[in-house]
Design a protein around this ligand. Sequence first.
Ligand code: PHE
Length: 341
Amino acid sequence: MTLEEFRDRIHEHDQLTAREVSSIIDDASLEAVRAKVWSRSIQQSFSKLLGELAPDERKDAGRIFNEFKSRVEELFEHTNAQLSAGKAVSAQNLDLTMPARMRWIGGKHPVTIVVDEIVAIFRELGFTVALGPESETEWYNFIALNFPPDHPAMDLHDTLYLGDNAVLRTHTSPVQVRTLQRHPPPIRILAPGKCFRRDPFDASHAPAFEQIEGLAVDEGISFVDLKATVTTFAQKFFGTTRTRFRPSFFPFTEPSAEMDVECQLCSGSGCSACKGTGWMEILGSGMVHPAVLEAAGIDSERYTGWAFGMGPARIAMLRYGLPDIRLLYDSDVRFLAQVAE
Ligand code: PHE
């Protein structure tokens, strides 16, 4: 070991010490840094190096080492004093230009708000929530719901197949069948959940979307009950509003009808959102087809029922005046912050 080499070692350790000390933020990190750069064994290894120097170089080296030693000790003392005074320790740790950390407060997504409200209204009317799986067999999703075997909805273009017989449910209607199989009437359930279709992701379609299914089955249930229930719902949800029923078709209901509410954006006078009609479709419905009751093992001579299905994203668009369904699924906080609760 030459004096030059010794000086280099000290210089290296000096730099390391400065770097480490600048990371100290509290007592614990001070002790950790001290153990790392100024332990007894480190100090001893320097004394050992001194012993390896030629006798005529030891005096200079000793002086260099002692100066270094007091510098390091002073640095630790100073840092310690700063810590106990509660001051920021080193300028490196303190950047006054740094923006304060933003606190995000979570909120309910608009579709969740709508689903919760709809569920609350139907709970008041005596309905309970039922859930079903998002992956279904073809039997629950189609066959038991009276779809003919060659129905176009079963086509690969509309349905996402997971295997030969397994699909991602294309609607919440299979929950009707599962509920009918498990519980004897009277039945009044609401089944919210996610559905999937091979639709393009455009202004009015999303490949994964929410639906809410309603089902009521008992002796003597008629279309009048259906109409009264969904009309009451529309009045509670939208406030006093005009509704209308249009005949429609679903394989699992007969007769079938769609319900429109007065367009919430133009109050019925006609705008681009309602394509000038003044009406917006909010649900499909009908009397449960006897074939569906029979497939689930319910006596269709004794019991009748009705069902509906609605899309809460559509309803959220209607309520918040949204021109594009993708706004609801883009997760853009600037948008969500305006409508989340
Ligand atoms: N399942 C239908 C759909 O996906 C909606 C519906 C449900 C219609 C229940 C009638 C009865 O469009």
